[in-house]
Write a protein that binds this ligand. Sequence first.
Ligand code: SAM
Length: 650
Amino acid sequence: MPILNWIGKERVVTYHSKVPFRTLSLTYGYTAEHRREEGLSSESGNMIVFGDNLLSLKALLPRLEGQVKCIYNDPPYNTGEKWTYADDCNDPRTRDWINKVVGKQGEDLSRHDKWLCMMYPRLVLMRRMLRPDGVIFISCDDNEQAALRLMMNEIFGEDCFVANVIWQKSYSPRNDSKGIPTTTDHIVIYSKKPNWNPFKLERTEGMNARYGNPDNDKDYWRPDNAYAPNAITHQGMVYAIQHPFTGEMLYPATALCWRYEQSEMLNIMNGWCEYELKELDDADKRASVCGVSVNDVRQGVLAIVLKESLEVSRQKAQEVYDRGQWPKYYFSKNGYGGIAKKTYLGEVGDRVVSNFWAHSEVDSTDGAKKELKEIFEGSIPFDTPKPTRLIDRILDIAVEPGDIIMDCFAGSGTTAHSVLKANAADGGDRKFILLEQDEEIVKTTQERVQKAISGYNYVGTKTERLYEKKLTAQTLKRVSEHYDAAKKVYEEAKSSGKYTDVHQPTVKDTYMIVEADTNYDGHRDGLGGAFDMMELSEPLFIPGTRLLNEEVGEQELRRYIFYTETHQPLTQTRDEQYPYWLADYNGVGYYFYYEPYEPTTLTAQNVGDILKGPMEGGLVAYADVCELSDEQLTQMGITFRQIPRDIKRI
Ligand SMILES: C[S@@+](CC[C@H](N)C(=O)[O-])C[C@H]1O[C@@H](n2cnc3c(N)ncnc32)[C@H](O)[C@@H]1O
């Protein structure tokens, strides 16, 4: 596998383990019922974390390693605007880059190096966050797609590449664009383990609308092709079927055959009237359908023909036609037309997702801005939002109710909005974890999520059609008359002052139309839900020392200790009777005998009060001092770890 090299790579591949472990502190909890409550968790499991995502990811490891089902990332695209490289990897070659805006293609020769250096350590931690069946989606454009793919192959493995989705982000390239204008973005997808499969998509209403039930059958159905391909290899399925209404001999179209074995076709046709198998001496016709010579066509293939006279057969078939619930092969035009097959809605199943996501299905960047405009009372406080429908698609194919979804470059909070929408729609309990570092942007993230939860008022636009003329071969002859009529309607509407905007006459879906907008005050109901606002807090160790930072708070320390021992999240709360008990894992019990600002000592006298009974796999106990001898420890099955010396760094 080709390996990508870049300036600074040597340091960044291990940088995630060098950055200090910081803890997280709760700012406020937000719930639909109580709104914002300072210092009180919503207990929802949803979080917005303010801070650099490398530090936040590391801080979240003890809670979330191996727990996240889906990560969506929308990092800076490295377009040469705004984005700065900010990691200090203690590398003389990259030190000069820090906090300077990364330049455009052609202006900054190390722009790709910087972007790769920023992404690499974060992606390493993100991979650790994923469950074994987890999957990551990364938005980017042609600035970094090629480099990203090579780097992802290295971090996730080439066999974990799922797809490079092409998202049609806009549908009308600017006319003054230079070169070939870009109307698509990439969404690069990798899974934690190979052979990941997306869920199928629900069928759209448009697809279902093609199904009807004119014969009052047990399910909706649509007319389908009566034939299947490969006549030449299925010559036993090429023969005549006699039409029950007209008596005509029907053969499959050239190179095609009937869809089912002859016995089944006979069964189906017997649903109309009585049929039998008969030799027709039609080798030449069958040979021409199969595309072989008469000598080569299979001999002795019988036709399915009417058993009784045409009159009797037609009468019986008419009765079936009038009764309804026609057999699986039917005849169009009140029975006198061609043969077709019924395909039932229940047989076709859901849709497979492809790697092209059209704006008509998942919306566009314009749509995303309109969403923000509605939420923020007409203003757009964030430049590069993604539309919720795009994230809805990701949730549809990758996430089940109850799963955790993470967005490490949160921006305006689209991912949280999408998750709340999905939960409101099906009562699910998907959880979102959003990371955002920008002080101003994170205000937008919070405000949007709060509004999505609690509802908001907005000014909407209603479009009214004032003129409409269908353009047919007839009406086109008098198109200038219709245009003049449309123009008149347009002028009158414009001067009426009734509308906020009147659109010039135009042609849409074969209609000449004039439309006008009016504003109205709307209200969007809240989707419900809740989240905790968190921020990066104290480092766990006092910088430059091995000493524990007592400011960190006990719960964070307990969580950290249990995680470093087991790589599992600590879900149990403090036990009243044994306050130093953390939890057990794989038969081993873990204790953290710790008091802030006060050294703790395990002695022969207190050990029975502090640690409860032996465990199959033994006990691991942390304390500042241990007065028990090695022999006593072995006897009691205790492994002693000294605070802070034995606390692992991650
Ligand atoms: C392209 S925007 C994401 C837009 C988002 N998908 C939406 O729909 O609004 C990228 C966001 O990532 C944030 N960001 C960039 N570097 C970051 C970092 N190191 N840690 C956390 N957030 C970061 C930026 O501040 C910006 O808000």
